[in-house]
Design a protein around this ligand. Structure first.
Ligand code: CTP
Ligand code: MG
Length: 231
């Protein structure tokens, strides 16, 4: 990868579904903060020309302490996140080094992403402009009518579950965010904003182990993954 690439790590969420009393990225996962486990996945790759981490402003000192303790040599910039994930990413985008060509976004809450997925996502963005890691849905997905009755059952072959990293040529992502902001659209990820703005997004094969730590059950599962040496 010869393009100038910067890493954006949304880490400003409060972990409501986890029932945490602090930002989810700072909670302990088998001895170290979740954020540290996630950043370790990138530290050895030598892929990025810098890293921007979006944080909850009230926890800035704690985030700084964690980075100092675990990654003293990392060129990381801490940027205040916003109300929704999309707001946090927009703040991160505004802080990018102007020379950046490719931006790779990865949730702090996905600590088991593989090096292969990271590289494949970055390569696909360089080739196609935008890419997201995703996995084909194993479950049949039901659409409800809003009243918990079945409205539709889309063909499973077309359904994928979204993951990160999502990787973009900078101008593609900036344009998509501008459109979303102008049209007051809020999505749960960035690839959907690009697709909505008329861009093509390549799907890159991920792994079930790249799950997002969201609930207390996910956290228990994450501990098992580490103890079992699965990722
Ligand atoms: N995130 C963010 N800014 C927000 C909300 C979320 O940077 N305003 C980040 C989270 O820190 C996380 C990723 O986006 O790494 C995915 O979000 P999610 O799993 O929903 O985390 P939380 O918002 O913390 O969890 P919850 O929705 O249960 O509160
Ligand atoms: Mg959230």
């Amino acid at each position: 990868m010869s393009h100038r690439l910067q890493l954006l790590i949304p880490a400003a969420g409060m972990g409501t579904r986890l029932g945490a009393d602090r930002p989810k990225a700072l909670i302990d996962l088998a001895g170290v903060p979740l954020l540290v486990r996630t950043l370790r996945r990138f530290a050895d790759l030598d892929l990025a020309d810098g890293c921007i981490i979006m944080i909850a402003p009230q926890a800035r000192a704690e985030f700084e302490g964690v980075l100092r303790a675990h990654f003293p040599a990392m060129r990381a910039q801490l940027v205040d996140g916003g109300k929704e994930r999309q707001d946090s990413v927009r703040n991160g985008l505004a802080a990018l080094d102007p020379a950046t060509e490719i931006v790779l976004i990865h949730d702090a809450a996905r600590p088991f992403v593989s090096a292969d997925s990271i590289r494949a996502s970055a390569d696909a963005a360089a080739e196609f402009g935008a890419a997201t890691v995703a996995i084909p849905s194993i479950d049949t997905i039901l659409v409800s009518d809003g009243d918990a009755f079945l409205a539709d059952t889309p063909d499973r072959k077309t359904l994928w579950a979204c993951q990160t990293p999502q990787t973009f040529r900078v101008e593609v992502l900036r344009y998509a965010h501008e459109i979303a902001l102008r049209e007051h659209f809020t999505g749960t990820d960035d690839a959907s904003l690009v697709q909505r703005a008329g861009g093509k997004v390549k799907l890159v094969m991920g792994s079930p182990l790249n799950f997002k730590v969201t609930t207390p059950q996910d956290l228990a599962l994450a501990r098992c993954v580490i103890e079992g040496g699965l990722a």
